[in-house]
Design a protein around this ligand. Structure first.
Ligand SMILES: Nc1ncnc2c1ncn2[C@@H]1O[C@H](COP(=O)(O)OP(=O)(O)OP(=O)(O)O)[C@@H](O)[C@H]1O
Ligand SMILES: O=C(O)[C@H](O)CO
Ligand SMILES: [Mg+2]
Length: 415
C-alpha cells in the first residue's frame, strides 16, 4: 500500500536538495578539473553560496574573487574573496561600485587565467555598469518602468542588455584573453542562457530591433538620452566562454522523476514551462487526474506526472496566498471524491508568494474537509486566500527558505 503523502514530501525534499547550489557547483567542478589561476566572479541571489562552495572545493587554486549578492544574502567572509551586497530588484550605487571592482579584477588577466563565473537569478540588478551617456538614475528609472510594464523577463532583459557595458555578453569581452567558465543556476523558464541575469558571458540572441519592438509593445516612454544610448549592438559570438547549467526547473523535474521511479511510480514529465494562470493550471491538472482515475491514461497507475514552471496570479482579492497554493486549491475542486490521488505544487525557493509556505498539497478529500469547516472554495479563490484555507486542512507545504531558486515544481501522484 502506498502512502502518497509521505512519498510527495520525499519527492519535494529530495528534488530540491538536488539543485542546492553547494552540491551542484561541486559536482560540476569535479568534472571540470580546473588548473590554478582561478578568479571567481559570482553574481545573483545564490552568489554567496555558489562562491563558498567553489572556494571550499578549489581551495588555493583560487587566486582571488568577488561576490555580488542582494542585501541580506551573504553569510560572512570567504577567504581571498571580496563580498559585496547591492540593490535588488532595482540596482543602486553599490551595484555600480561592486561591478567596477569585478571589472578591475578581470581586466588585466592573461590567456592562462580562468574566470569562474557563478551566475544566479537576480544578477541583472546586481551587476551593472551603464553604457556611455546613461547614469545610475536612468537605469533605475528604466528598470522600474520595465518591471511595472507587464513585460516578461526575457523582454525586460532585452532592453537592459542594450544599455549595459557588462550584460548581453559584454562582460566576456572585458575578460578577454582569459577564459570564462560559467556555472548557471537558471530561474528563467526554458533556460535561455542569454536571459538569465541578462547573460553577461553569453552571446546575445536579441537585437536593437527587438528593443524597439518591446518599447512599442509596452508603450514605454523613454527619455531622449536613453533612446540615444540605445545604439550599441551586443556581442553575438564569444570565443572565450564555456557555459553549464547546474540547476534549473528542468533538473528539479528530472530529479523528481528519478525519486518517484525509485518509489515505484510510473513517471512522465508533462512540461517544464508551465506558465499560465495558476487557477487554470489547477483545473487542467484535475482533468488529468480524472483521466487517470477513469481510464488509467496517460500512464498506468501507480503514477507520478511531473510539471515544472511558474504560473501567474493576477491578485484581485485581499487574502493571503501564493501561485502554488492557489494552483492546488483550484485543482482540489476537480478531484473531489477521488481516492488515492494527490496534487502538490511548491516554489523551489521555499517561499510561495508573501507567505511562509513553499506551496500546497491537496487530495480528493480536501474540498469535503473545507466544506465541513464552512469554507467555500470559490470564495477563497476569488479572494486569493488559499493560504488560510489550506492551513485549516493541513494542506500547506512548509520547507523554510531552501537556499536555491529555480522556479516551481508541481506533480500528481495517483495510485
Ligand atoms: N494572495 C495571493 N494569492 C496568490 N498569489 C499571490 C498572492 N499575493 C501575491 N501572489 C503572487 O506571488 C508572487 C510573488 O511570489 P514570490 O515572492 O514567490 O515570487 P518569485 O517569482 O518566486 O520571486 P523570486 O524570483 O524573487 O523568488 C506575485 O507575483 C503574485 O502573483
Ligand atoms: O536577474 C535576472 O535577470 C532574473 O532573475 C532572471 O535571471
Ligand atoms: Mg519565490
Amino acid at each position: 500500500m502506498k502512502n502518497l503523502r509521505e512519498d510527495a514530501f520525499r519527492i519535494i525534499k529530495n528534488s530540491i536538495d538536488s539543485v542546492l547550489p553547494e552540491k551542484a557547483v561541486q559536482q560540476e567542478l569535479e568534472k571540470m578539473s580546473l588548473e590554478d589561476n582561478i578568479h571567481i566572479v559570482a553574481i545573483g541571489k545564490a552568489a554567496w553560496r555558489m562562491a563558498k562552495s567553489a572556494k571550499d572545493f578549489l581551495k588555493d587554486k583560487v587566486k582571488n574573487g568577488i561576490v555580488i549578492t542582494k542585501y541580506g544574502h551573504s553569510q560572512g567572509t570567504i577567504e581571498s574573496l571580496q563580498i559585496y551586497e547591492a540593490g535588488h530588484p532595482i540596482p543602486d550605487e553599490n551595484t555600480i561600485k561592486s561591478t567596477k571592482k569585478a571589472i578591475e579584477l578581470v581586466q588585466n588577466l592573461r590567456e592562462n587565467d580562468v574566470v569562474l563565473f557563478l551566475v544566479s537569478g537576480g544578477g541583472s540588478a546586481l551587476f551593472e555598469i551603464p553604457v556611455e551617456g546613461v547614469n545610475l538614475e536612468d537605469i533605475k528609472n528604466v528598470t522600474d518602468m520595465l518591471l511595472k510594464s507587464g513585460a516578461n523577463i526575457v523582454e525586460i532583459n532585452t532592453v537592459r542588455k542594450h544599455l549595459s557595458r557588462v550584460k548581453g555578453g559584454n562582460f566576456a569581452k572585458l575578460v578577454e584573453p582569459a577564459k570564462i567558465y560559467s556555472l548557471v543556476l537558471s530561474d528563467v523558464l526554458g533556460d535561455r542562457l542569454d536571459s538569465i541575469a541578462s547573460g553577461p558571458a553569453y552571446p546575445d540572441s536579441t537585437t536593437l530591433e527587438d528593443v524597439e519592438k518591446i518599447i512599442k509593445k509596452y508603450d514605454l516612454t523613454l527619455s531622449e538620452k536613453i533612446l540615444h544610448a540605445l545604439k550599441n549592438e551586443t556581442p553575438k559570438h564569444l570565443d572565450n566562454v564555456e557555459t553549464r547549467i547546474i540547476g534549473s526547473v528542468t533538473k528539479v523535474c528530472e530529479s523528481a522523476v528519478k525519486i518517484a521511479q525509485n518509489l515505484g511510480y510510473n513517471t512522465m514529465i508533462l512540461t517544464t514551462t508551465l506558465d499560465c494562470e495558476a487557477k487554470e493550471a489547477g483545473s487542467f491538472l484535475a482533468a488529468i487526474v480524472r483521466e487517470e482515475k477513469e481510464r488509467e491514461r496517460p500512464l498506468n497507475t501507480p503514477c507520478a506526472i511531473i510539471l515544472g514552471g511558474e504560473t501567474v496570479v493576477h491578485v484581485r482579492g485581499k487574502g493571503k496566498g501564493g501561485r502554488n497554493q492557489e494552483l492546488v486549491l483550484s485543482a482540489a475542486r476537480g478531484i473531489k471524491g477521488y481516492q488515492e490521488v494527490l496534487i502538490a505544487s511548491v516554489g523551489t525557493d521555499g517561499t510561495d508568494g508573501p507567505t511562509d509556505a513553499a506551496g500546497g498539497i491537496v487530495d480528493g478529500e480536501t474540498v469535503n474537509r473545507l466544506q465541513e469547516k464552512g469554507i467555500d472554495v470559490e470564495k477563497v479563490l476569488n479572494n486569493n486566500d488559499s493560504y488560510h484555507a489550506l492551513q485549516s486542512v493541513d494542506g500547506l507545504v512548509i520547507t523554510g527558505p531552501t537556499g536555491t531558486n529555480v522556479n516551481d515544481l508541481t506533480f500528481i501522484l495517483c495510485n
